[in-house]
Design a protein around this ligand. Sequence first.
Ligand code: SAM
Length: 272
Amino acid sequence: MSRRPAPAHDADGFRREAKKHLGQNFLHERGVIDKIVLAIDPRPGDRIVEIGPGQGALTLPLLDRLGALTAIEFDRDLLVPLAAAARAHGALTLLNADVLDVDFDALAGDTPIRLVGNLPYNLSSPILFHALAHAAAIVDMHFMLQKEVVERMAAAPGSKVYGRLSVMLQAYCAVTPLFTVPPGAFRPAPKVESAVVRLRPRPPTQVGIVDPAGFAQLVRAAFGQRRKTLRNALAGVADGAMIEAAGLRPDARAEQLSVADFIRLANLRAAA
Ligand code: SAM
């Protein structure tokens, strides 16, 4: 007797097989979903934009709370079943796009948005830097990421994982790791542990960076060769006299500098 092949789609119309190259690990554990929604604390009138809604694990409970939501999903195959699932929960505006092509300033218009998402882990850093570039349009962000990435984002000077991501994010945002999530909360289960983090962009006056592009260049150069002394790592970017004028030792290493140190040095360089 021949066995029937398993159907390609489930009863809700979603494909059974997740697309690995799109970082599809769908959250299914109710307790974790509730905890994330509680952390986001959606309020009436909030304009929430979700990155990668997938099968709607976060989308539907957020719609229940808000009545309306915008979501950006790259995978065309998810659009029809997701729109159908959302109908009973509220008004879902679905944008079929690569989030890296979405202009959050244009999307926000006059009303800053709140970004949320269980992110595709292969795109975590590009998405974080893309959001940073639009920080003025964003009230806050709640993201699920690989636990190691959250540790790098929140790391303090002197830590092994303190680096470019830590300095860039902490310069522009308050970074608050919230809780960890085990692989078993997802289908399929990822190989790594996950964590949820909150990012709150600081007002530009509080950030105090005179030349953002110059700051980014300096941080990139400093950590590009993290074992080198500042004097060597920053050759061609800032010389020893400038490093000393910022109150820093040219023989220090990038991982010993605080975020405020980087900002002071970058501002001195901008003024030179
Ligand atoms: N939010 C869902 C959940 O929690 O179950 C799905 C999360 S899954 C980790 C990541 C989602 O991001 C998938 O739905 C995937 O198709 C989508 N995605 C991947 N790359 C994307 C991109 N460049 N732009 C927008 N969405 C993307």
